[in-house]
Design a protein around this ligand. Structure first.
Ligand SMILES: Cc1cc2nc3c(=O)[nH]c(=O)nc-3n(C[C@H](O)[C@H](O)[C@H](O)COP(=O)(O)OP(=O)(O)OC[C@H]3O[C@@H](n4cnc5c(N)ncnc54)[C@H](O)[C@@H]3O)c2cc1C
Length: 263
């Protein structure tokens, strides 16, 4: 089936703390974009060669996933938050210099995995790439929800004013150089006491965080599959296709290990 591509324009780009940019896209192609997909993602298409016009040939684009932070059907507006990690990748490079009126194509949305109403205690863990999705999740929880969110940010100026239930504690963990790893976030996760009869854990971010969370929550704590969302969003030293290969290899290795019951 042909992928539906939507052509949009940048209508706003604003700083969100020190290392993020909030970009609002608009276009009539959003007229049939589904509602209530916040925390799901769109695939952004960055032309590999800026000289040629976008075409439908997939190999002419770098595809990158970005979380739907907000969507307004009436105004045909889609809001995405980009961590600016430098010029080495097409997405971060584009977001750093996006101007009002710039064109961009998107595909999607991919599924919104919400923790809302699933549990009696919540654990959220993520770095700045996961912050948009965690922010949506926190907003959608019922007011009496309880839990903890461990959020790694690059600077104290990246703290966001999150709308969340009072019973969900937020711990900000500052990591000024995520390219050296997320040791403090992993340490904080390893110290968390899982509470509740029916807990839900939501974890996304760098590859090593996910490798650790997978071992801790899936294998050691044996949280059931439907009480877990574990997703690798990026990998140090790999672009998005490289991260996907590493992720697939990890899952394959895990399956083989389980098959032969090595521990
Ligand atoms: C479902 C999903 C939703 C996501 N939502 C968001 C979102 O809302 N906001 C957001 O900012 N990101 C989000 N991400 C992460 C984003 O897609 C990746 O960080 C992506 O690799 C960025 O693409 P790029 O073109 O900038 O860099 P790439 O070309 O993929 O990589 C180039 C280099 O940059 C490095 N790099 C990639 N990401 C980072 C990073 N975060 N920090 C430091 N170095 C990095 C790579 O290791 C590589 O060396 C999401 C990912 C997924 C899978």
């Amino acid at each position: 089936m042909a992928v539906l591509i939507r052509k949009l324009k940048v209508i706003n780009s604003q700083e969100l703390g020190k290392n993020m940019r909030r970009i609002t896209l608009q276009g009539n192609d959003l007229a049939d974009f589904p509602e209530n997909q916040e925390s799901g993602y769109v695939k952004m298409r960055f032309p590999k060669n800026s000289d040629h016009e976008p075409t439908d040939t997939k190999k002419n684009f770098d595809l990158r996933s970005y979380t739907i932070r907000a969507f307004n059907l009436e105004k045909r507006e889609l809001v995405l938050d980009f961590l600016l990690h430098g010029d080495s990748g097409p997405a971060s490079k584009w977001a750093s210099s996006a101007q009002i009126g710039d064109s961009i194509e998107i595909a999607g949305p991919g599924p919104a995995i919400l923790a809302a109403d699933a549990a009696d205690w919540y654990l959220f863990v993520g770095d700045m790439t996961a912050l948009p999705a965690i922010a949506v999740n926190l907003e959608k929880l019922s007011p009496e929800s309880k839990g903890i969110a461990l959020l790694e940010i690059n600077s104290s100026e990246d703290k966001q004013d999150l709308k969340k239930p009072e019973g969900v504690e937020v711990k900000w963990i500052i990591n000024s150089d995520p390219l050296t790893g997320c040791e403090d976030l992993i340490k904080a996760l390893s110290c968390v006491e899982i509470k509740g009869v029916n807990p839900f854990a939501w974890v996304a971010g760098e590859f090593e965080l996910l490798r650790f969370a997978r071992k801790l929550l899936k294998h050691d704590k044996a949280l059931p599959k439907d009480s877990l969302y574990l997703s690798c969003y990026w990998k140090i030293g790999e672009d998005d296709p490289g991260m996907k290969k590493a992720k697939a290899a990890l899952i394959l290795f895990d399956s083989i290990k389980n098959l032969f019951s090595f521990k």
